[in-house]
Design a protein around this ligand. Structure first.
Ligand code: B12
Ligand code: SF4
Length: 493
């Protein structure tokens, strides 16, 4: 393992399969900003934008001494493939993992994967800086590493209390690709800004959350909730606005509006500096009132996502969500009153979900009528959560699952995946199961079978690339001829 101040490469693995889109890796950008401020030579490559071969090329041309790789649970195999790639190029380079998955599963990663040398647990700026500065590993809080066959876990690092002390994310390091991050706006124009034209860039005003929901692992990274000063946040927005012409933002905070005054200050500062921007944010229904929402609107907010999860009080208490359905109803009504769109984030198929609880949630949607619904179609059992401990106790999952290639596990003890898809469909259609007609069910079932059949066909074809490419050429030839004959007919008429 090399030590001392040398060259550092930060890598975001090329993984967009779950979400279908990506946004800038702010965690790595923060690390880069911190290192650079201390005079360390640092580069960053976002694999989601640049792809595998660019990662390989950059490792070979830059020849870093330290490589930092970020890792969420579903992308761990790709992160590990990059770690091996680094070691193939230079076995002396030190590979450091960080992010939610390594924070929780550090022991497994260090025991099973030689290519990972050090894991930074939780907030990464200071720990990673100290590693790159060559400070002895046993003196660095918040890390785990291998010492012979043993895994050493140092004391947890206390979280950064004053976030203003951190350097800004090093946005200039990805200036050439900023416009390649997609915009996923629900409509095209807002305040005269074309939301489809530029990228949508994520920023973060606060870290942490005030809650400990049973299915969520946020607490492991951030511990307590804190926020930056409004001035510090808007300085960063202004930099992005002036230097890179960014107009569209996502506040990626878990709960943006915990502190009322901090939210009002943020909005006032944006307005005061005349930043003509559009943004959306996520928060909890019990953390808003009309004043906050109206201010957010004034500052350029167009949508708020609320983690509603379900409208069943029984399920909410089971998942330790502490959300009163009446408070959610009120928050949605106030948000609409302030002229903002609402997106209700929902979980389908949590522990104890029944047809009746699905109907309860549909009833809630019918009553409150949020403009958008967000759901990933099942409850994900992620490491480090209360749900994970519950599932482990019932032998539904154990740690060895994370050694497999499966990106994630969905809780299917009470309903099959097909049933969960049907529940998701009913929520999206906002139609109660008890109100579904036989015709609707038949159409849905046929549609699902067709989808599954097509997927199976594609899976089989993927195993036989030669047959796939012959069929592809055959299909393209037919399509070409059909188009030609249509053009010919059009031309002759
Ligand atoms: C933006 C975001 C996304 C974006 C971008 C993800 C990304 N690469 O950053 C998109 C939309 C792509 C996304 C997708 C998903 N996400 Co997401 N996402 C977030 C969100 C809201 C903000 C992330 C962020 O930018 N934080 C701010 C920065 C500063 O923090 P950070 O990235 O964690 O980095 C810090 C530390 O973790 C650490 N660190 C991170 N990387 C590294 C690397 C090194 C080398 C070091 C030393 C340190 C280090 O240091 C950084 C600075 O302190 C978080 C919640 C949250 N508020 O953090 C969820 C969160 C990370 N996502 C989560 C989930 C579940 C998902 C999805 C599975 C959702 C889904 N069902 O589709 C997918 C998975 C994608 C995949 N294929 O792996 C979970 C993570 C669970 C887990 N066990 O991995 C979180 C925590 C939400 C939650 N509350 O549960 N997500
Ligand atoms: S409110 Fe959201 S971010 Fe906070 S613990 Fe619950 S699910 Fe996680």
């Amino acid at each position: 393992m090399r030590t001392g101040i040398k060259k550092v490469l930060l890598i975001n693995p090329p993984e967009t399969t779950q979400t279908g889109f990506t946004c800038p890796p702010i965690g790595l950008l923060y690390l880069a900003g911190t290192l650079r401020e201390k005079g360390i030579d640092v580069q960053l490559i976002d694999g989601c934008i640049k792809g595998w071969s660019a990662i390989r090329d950059r490792i070979k041309t830059y020849m870093p001494n330290f490589v930092g790789i970020t890792c969420l649970t579903p992308m761990r195999k790709k992160a590990l493939a990059i770690a091996r790639m680094v070691k193939d190029v230079d076995k002396n380079a030190t590979v450091v993992f960080g992010g939610v998955h390594p924070t929780i599963m550090y022991q497994q990663l260090l025991v099973h994967y030689d290519a990972v040398d050090i894991v930074v647990r939780g907030e990464g700026e200071i720990s990673f800086l100290q590693i790159a500065q060559g400070i002895d590993l046993d003196k660095i809080d918040g890390i785990a590493y291998r010492d012979g066959a043993k895994v050493i876990k140092n004391t947890d690092r206390h979280y950064v209390e004053n976030l203003d002390k951190l350097s800004f994310p090093a946005w200039d390091l990805i200036a050439d690709t900023l416009y390649e991050y997609p915009s996923t706006a629900p409509f095209r124009y807002y305040r005269g800004i074309d939301l489809y034209d530029g990228p949508r860039i994520s920023v973060i005003y606060s870290r942490g959350c005030i809650a400990h929901c049973d299915f969520c692992s946020s607490w492991w990274i951030w511990k307590g909730w804190r926020h930056r000063s409004a001035k510090n946040m808007v300085d960063e927005l202004e930099w992005l606005y002036e230097s890179f012409k960014i107009r569209h933002f996502w506040f990626a905070d878990d709960t943006l509006t915990v502190d009322k005054q901090a939210t009002l200050d943020l909005c006032d500062e944006i307005v005061k500096r005349r930043l003509h921007i559009a943004f959306f944010a996520t928060t909890r229904p019990d953390c808003v009132d009309l004043e906050i929402l109206e201010k957010l609107k004034q500052a350029g907010c167009y949508e708020i996502s609320y983690g509603i999860e379900t409208a069943s009080p029984k399920l909410l208490s089971r998942m330790k969500k502490e959300n009163d359905v009446r408070i959610s109803e009120r928050a949605i009504a106030l948000t609409k009153q302030a002229g903002l769109r609402v997106c209700a984030l929902l979980i389908v198929g949590s522990v104890g979900e029944t047809k009746e609880t699905i109907d309860e949630t549909v009833g809630f949607l019918q009553k409150t009528n949020p403009e958008g619904i967000g759901t990933v179609g099942g409850l994900w059992i992620l490491p480090g959560t209360g749900l994970y401990r519950y599932a482990k106790n019932r032998r539904i999952i154990d740690d060895s699952f994370w050694l497999s290639d499966e990106p994630y596990m969905i809780y299917t003890q009470e309903h099959s995946l097909r049933q969960l898809r049907f529940f998701t469909h009913t929520l999206k259609k906002r139609k109660k199961l008890s109100e579904m007609t036989i015709r609707h069910r038949v159409i849905y079932t046929l549609h699902t079978y067709m989808e599954e059949l097509t997927q199976k066909g594609l899976d089989i074809l993927n195993r036989y690339p030669i047959i796939k490419s012959v069929l592809k050429r055959f299909y393209q030839a037919i399509r070409h001829n059909v188009y030609r004959s249509i053009r010919f007919q059009k031309g002759s008429s």
